[in-house]
Design a protein around this ligand. Structure first.
Ligand SMILES: [Zn+2]
Length: 406
């Protein structure tokens, strides 16, 4: 347990390294308060699907956003909990910009106690502290610090997803509806800890599972092997051919990671299947690859064995577009204006809610949150609280610039 005295000592140490921004006076950011609030969030188990815990987190933010006069609505997502929408104006049908974060974590129930919040210098540990609790909290601090000059011009919408780590039909529907309402989205996944000072994300690959089932014919492999058609053999031929498609599409990866097949060693295998993890940097590439795989399956890989492509859900990429480049330029300009280093923009493999918002046409930048790392490792996950204030200040400046353009 961290005493209040220890917290204040850490706060003082961090305060000494922070600069003063013209939009966010030093007196506005109270690190000791930020730490206490983060500690509270980390103490609540909010594993994806643990609705009780997730809703506790949601209700904390519901109260906070109501307390500053924002319009709040809750959107039940059965199996995940309540999604929250908070807008700076009463109108929830159309937004100027979305700030998005999530309340769930991958850490099992009980880990809040097993891996509690700890702080050493500026580095905080604890289950879910980096993904996404410190960044979720940063969104609140950004919003409550927004000057009236910004909220008069912009309808800022906060979306809190109760189930980011594993989507379900309800959360997907929520994002389908909300994504259509905004031209711009800033996503508060943690700033990328692999880059010194913390990276930002411009591209997140989309992913789709390509499952191919092979239907051959069984026969005794001693008595009449000539009558059989070996589905495993066909699958083995298919795997390198399908994997090779990735060479034609920069940034695409296709990996056959799970296979099944056969029933007994003395039986020619009538059935087999392989599932490929397919990732892509834009949806046009996705469609081309899927069409190629489908054509190959229709043609077949071996006489007498049918191949059938099954896709349950087409994922979507968070692509770099002309409009997202404009949003990146606003972030770059904001950083320059408040004396922060030029943001480093990364293309990464994992998806976020940014992918879902981009699928509805929003220009998206991601990893706007507090710089963190070792995500999903309950023992080592960290968030660097010395980056909380600069990241909050950066977003405030971004929103100020967006307001000035309106
Ligand atoms: Zn996350």
């Amino acid at each position: 347990m961290l005493s209040r005295r220890q917290m204040l000592a850490s706060a003082a140490a961090l305060g000494a390294t922070s600069g003063i921004s013209p939009v966010f006076a030093s007196s506005d950011f109270k690190l000791d308060q930020f730490i206490a609030e983060l500690k509270e969030l980390v103490s609540i188990d909010s594993k994806t699907g643990h609705e009780e815990g997730v809703n506790k987190i949601i209700s904390i933010f519901e109260k906070r956003f109501r307390s500053i006069g924002w319009t709040v609505s809750l959107h039940p997502c059965p199996g995940r909990g309540n999604a929250l929408v908070a807008t700076s104006k009463p109108d929830q049908s159309k937004y100027d910009v979305v700030l998005c974060a999530h309340a769930d974590t991958v850490q099992p129930v009980g880990y809040a106690q097993k891996y509690p919040f700890t702080l050493k210098g500026s580095i905080a540990h604890g289950a879910g502290v980096g993904d996404d609790k410190s960044s979720l909290l940063a969104v609140w601090w950004i919003c409550k610090s927004l000057p009236k000059s910004v909220t008069d011009k912009l309808n800022v919408a906060v979306l809190i997803n109760p189930g980011e780590e594993t989507s379900n039909p309800a959360t997907l529907k929520f994002f389908e509806e909300q994504g259509k309402k905004t031209p711009l989205a800033l996503v508060y996944e943690p700033g990328r800890g692999e880059v010194k000072g913390g990276g930002f994300v411009k591209v997140r690959k989309g992913s789709t599972r390509l499952n191919i089932k092979f239907h051959g014919r069984a026969a005794h492999s001693g008595n009449n092997p000539q009558d059989g058609r070996n589905a495993i053999y066909a699958m083995a031929l298919a795997i390198p051919q399908i994997t090779a498609i990735q060479k034609k599409y920069p940034g695409a990866t296709i990996n056959g990671n799970v296979t099944k097949g056969g029933t007994a060693v003395n039986t020619i295998a009538a059935e087999a299947e392989v599932t490929f993890d397919f990732r892509f940097t834009n949806d046009a590439t996705r469609d081309k690859v899927v069409a190629e795989v489908r054509a190959m399956c229709e043609k077949g890989f071996m006489d007498g064995v049918k191949s059938e492509l099954v896709i349950n859900r087409l994922g979507t990429a968070l692509p770099e577009t002309e409009r997202s480049r404009k949003l990146m330029a606003v972030v770059d300009k904001a950083a320059a204006q408040i004396g922060q280093p030029k943001p480093q923009w990364l293309a990464v493999g994992g998806a976020s809610d940014g992918n879902k918002l981009a699928a509805q046409g929003a220009a998206v930048v991601c990893a706007m949150g507090v710089v963190s790392g070792n995500l999903h490792d309950p023992e080592k996950e960290w968030t660097d609280l010395s980056t909380a204030r600069p990241r909050i200040e950066l977003s405030l400046k971004v929103l100020e610039l967006l307001a000035s353009k309106k």
